[in-house]
Design a protein around this ligand. Structure first.
Ligand SMILES: Nc1nc2c(c(=O)[nH]1)N[C@H]1C(S)=C(S)[C@@H](COP(=O)(O)OP(=O)(O)OC[C@H]3O[C@@H](n4cnc5c(=O)[nH]c(N)nc54)[C@H](O)[C@@H]3O)O[C@H]1N2
Ligand SMILES: Nc1nc2c(c(=O)[nH]1)N[C@H]1C(S)=C(S)[C@@H](COP(=O)(O)OP(=O)(O)OC[C@H]3O[C@@H](n4cnc5c(=O)[nH]c(N)nc54)[C@H](O)[C@@H]3O)O[C@H]1N2
Ligand code: SF4
Ligand SMILES: [Mo]
Length: 733
């Protein structure tokens, strides 16, 4: 019999409501939930075709141990005992910090896993937790901490009420956005224009999101000059909310002085955005009733991501658009996560490393993994929901070689991906379809959504019998390691007992459901069962009206004032920006590499889906002008060379690209992925062989990797397409 379950897609931050028809624990159909309170019938192909991932014949359904070059199925008891023993031995011989964790994007979307993962490592005494957060967004958490007092005081643009919206380095139509919730973004940006407002995308590629909106090309990794000049222009015009600043902020003069050399003309020399265009944007920004700003991954991944976000937030703050309806708002979640994070040593800004790089929001720089292993600091690693070999800079296969030297490498995943190939153990985890859940922390706890709502769902499917929830894996490991969770012996004992008895006939409590019940109660609801019955499509909460942050005790800095010029940012700006500007001027003739997200691919996660991936390769997108200069036609092969390596890839010639820029979709390069058979047949090329790693390629304020705006040379290739197919994930043929 077919039953219909309701859930939400956890692949991207749109968290679209879905209806899933299920028969005999198999998906028959996935449809958008037309009545979901926010997504209202929107979902993309990745969500509606998730059955091909969920039921993939390549899915790992029992713990795997590598013996020589063969994989053996083993029991959970054996796997966890051996892993815990190894972790204990590493801790004893080399200290707790030699045992590390690495979390990927799906691990962040999981509401409960981060809580238990953090507790296990806190109890173990290790801060060595890496993640692809330092490939996408840690610069923002750094800025939040320094300006507002907690990494989790995160502002979002109030798109539905704004009159002017400027977006740098994001492509929400394809990505579903990051760090704020805006499903149906096309419609909602369209509404701004219908209301008579402006929507402007600043991007080296004329992106899908630009549709009916405006678009300006910007040379990659130059946003800092654009934003500094934007900020300065506002200050020069005195379009500044002085009373608000005096009452609720500090260090305005230091900000003013820092940006003062940056004029519209000066930025134009490197950004490619004419001075007149910047002035026109400032005109609109300051005259709009309310104006919102957003920047995301493309800017974060440059060399000045933290400075850019600081400037963006400062523009919003000084112009009076921060904490104003239709501007940039600070939401309220069902708990005050920002206050908790401020007091949590595992979440707060820390300097736990041998070098000067910070740990931001619990994450250390992914770009330091190879160094940390090769220096002997890290000897064991649990990788959860990630594929760092493709996601991170991997110059000349260095990361692969380093990870291959680990004494213990565990991959907690649905599949044996490229990183899993190197592991000693693979632990099979649940998909989001198999978990009870609520939208992840930034929505449920931080309220980063333009349409506040409450949503919870039960599992749509039962996991295969040998598959386990991440919370369970971490609690069982804590038990075997003698680690106390939540620094509370009673709670820890209770959780360990619950985990021991879970998946047995004696299971007495379901921990995820218990926790979700607790969260729903905090939100004034009786619990999960009643939520599913009475509000299967979610509950729309009141809009955020603004004027609820500045001057209140929600500002978590020591003195309760927003800091417009945190000293580390000013220092970095004064120390580095002129030099980088000169470098830009000297390098204007050179090509720059950026990434590209595609609607049918979710990082490397959907690479094995026959329903989504038909092309056997990714492409290098270049402008008509560059193609003419290089002397190539569409689909001809190009060699793309950075100072870290060379890849050979077919080109696509398009007027979407800013001349001087090449875009290559990242997270391809599956030649060696014999655990992902469809992906292996559709391998593509790993563009991160062109990205660097190590201290030189990391932004020092946040630990962010430099993944966008990499200087490259692009030439017509002498290789054949067969060579392209044989490039392995180390770039060797
Ligand atoms: N379909 C799909 N959706 C996804 C993902 C996916 O892989 N596929 N990944 C998910 C993840 S993990 C994340 S973090 C989010 C990211 O979501 P977004 O932040 O929207 O990321 P992108 O779509 O990569 O958009 C980045 C944009 O920045 C532009 N860009 C590159 N360099 C620069 C620069 O220097 N300056 C400016 N101004 N622009 C620049 C690029 O052209 C690109 O359009 O998407 C999520 N959603
Ligand atoms: N050049 C360049 N490089 C980039 C980017 C870029 O824009 N340009 N983007 C960066 C960004 S923003 C990110 S986030 C990274 C993405 O890289 P990662 O964060 O490493 O994400 P994926 O490559 O999708 O790998 C996710 C793995 O998680 C597994 N998985 C899926 N769901 C679950 C689950 O529920 N539980 C568990 N345990 N496993 C699960 C999948 O099978 C897959 O193997 O790439 C980064 N790399
Ligand atoms: S991947 Fe698609 S269906 Fe899933 S949440 Fe994102 S936009 Fe919605
Ligand atoms: Mo990401």
């Amino acid at each position: 019999m077919v039953t219909t379950k309701r859930t939400f897609c956890s692949l991207c931050e749109s968290f679209c409501g879905l209806e899933v028809d299920v028969e005999n624990n198999k998906i028959v159909d996935i449809r958008p939930d037309n009545d979901h309170v926010v997504s209202q019938g929107y979902a993309c192909v990745k969500g509606t075709k998730f059955d091909s991932v969920q039921h993939s014949p390549d899915r790992i359904t029992e713990p795997q141990k590598r013996v020589g070059n063969k994989w053996q199925s083993i029991s959970w008891e054996q796997a966890l005992t051996e892993i815990a023993n190894k972790m204990a031995r590493l801790k004893r011989d080399h200290g707790a910090q030699s045992v590390s964790h690495f979390v990927g994007a799906p691990g962040g979307a999981n509401l409960l896993a981060p809580i238990f993962r953090g507790e296990l490592f806190k109890g173990l005494g290790s801060n060595r937790m890496y993640g692809t957060g330092t490939c996408d967004t840690m610069n923002k958490f750094r800025v939040n901490g320094d300006m507002y007092g907690s990494p989790m005081r995160l502002a979002y643009p109030d798109v539905d009420h704004t009159e002017f919206m400027m977006v740098l380095g994001a492509n929400p139509l394809i990505s579903g956005n990051t760090l704020y919730h805006l499903p149906r973004s096309r419609e909602r940006f369209g509404d701004v224009i219908e209301r008579g407002g402006r929507v402007v995308f600043i991007n080296p590629r004329r992106i899908e999101s630009a549709g009916n909106a405006e678009h300006l090309f910007i040379r990659p990794d130059t946003d800092v000059y654009f934003l500094a000049a934007f900020c300065n222009e506002i200050i020069q015009r005195d379009a500044v909310a002085h009373e608000r600043i005096d009452r609720t902020m500090k260090n305005f003069n230091a900000l003013k002085q820092t940006v003062s050399p940056w004029t519209p003309e000066r930025q134009a020399k490197v950004t490619g955005i004419p001075a007149s265009a910047l002035i026109d944007l400032v005109d609109s920004y300051v005259s709009a009733g309310a104006a919102a700003l957003n920047m995301a991954t493309g800017v974060n991944q440059g060399r000045s991501g933290t400075l850019c976000y600081w400037l963006l937030e400062s523009i919003s703050a000084i112009s009076g658009n921060f904490d104003r309806k239709g501007g940039n708002l600070i939401g309220e979640g069902i708990i005050d996560f920002a206050s908790q994070a401020k007091d949590d040593p595992q979440m707060n800004l820390g300097f736990h490393r041998e070098d000067d790089l910070p740990t931001v929001s619990g994450q250390q720089a992914a770009g330091m993994v190879a160094d940390d292993i090769l220096n002997g600091y890290v000897r064991g690693m649990i990788v959860e929901a990630s594929n760092p070999l493709l996601a991170c800079g991997n110059p000349d296969g260095r990361l692969q070689r380093a990870m291959g030297e680990l004494e213990l490498l565990v991959s907690v995943d649905l599949f044996r991906n490229e990183t899993g190939n190197l592991a000693h153990y693979i632990l099979p985890a649940t998909t989001w379809m198999e978990r009870s859940g609520m939208p992840y922390a930034l929505q449920s706890f931080v309220g980063c959504t333009a349409t506040p709502y409450l949503y919870a769902s039960g599992p749509a499917l039962e996991p295969p019998p040998g598959v386990r929830h991440e919370w369970w894996i971490y609690v069982r490991l804590a038990d075997k390691l003698g680690v106390t969770l939540f620094n509370n012996k009673i709670m820890s004992g209770f959780l360990k007992l619950a985990a021991k008895l879970a998946y047995t006939p004696f299971e007495f409590i379901k921990v995820p459901e218990l926790m979700i019940n607790g969260m729903l109660k905090k939100a004034g609801q009786p619990g999960l069962k009643s939520m599913l019955k009475s509000h299967p499509h979610g509950i729309r909460l009141p809009d955020n009206e603004g004027d609820n942050f500045l001057g209140t005790d929600r500002v978590l800095t020591e003195d309760g004032l927003v800091d417009l010029a945190p000293p580390p940012f000013v220092e970095r700006f004064n120390h580095a920006i002129e030099g980088l500007y000169q470098e830009e001027l000297n390098g204007l003739g050179k090509m720059k590499l950026i990434g590209k997200r595609e609607v049918k691919r979710m990082n490397s996660s959907s690479a094995n889906s026959p329903r989504l991936v038909k092309d056997s390769t990714n492409y290098a997108y270049i402008s008509i002008q560059d193609a003419d200069r290089i002397g190539i036609n569409a689909s001809e092969l190009v060699d793309v060379t950075s100072k870290f390596g060379t890849i050979t890839i077919p080109a696509k010639v398009t007027d979407e690209m800013m001349p001087g820029t090449v875009a290559i979709p990242q997270c391809w390069g599956h030649t060696n992925a014999d655990g992902l058979r469809h992906a292996q047949q559709h391998p593509g090329v790993n563009s991160n062989l062109l990205a660097g790693d190590g201290r030189e390629n990391i932004e020092e304020l946040s630990g962010m990797s430099h993944l966008s705006g990499i200087i490259v040379d692009v030439v017509k290739s002498r290789s054949s397409i067969e060579t392209v197919k044989r490039q392995d994930s180390r770039g060797s043929v």
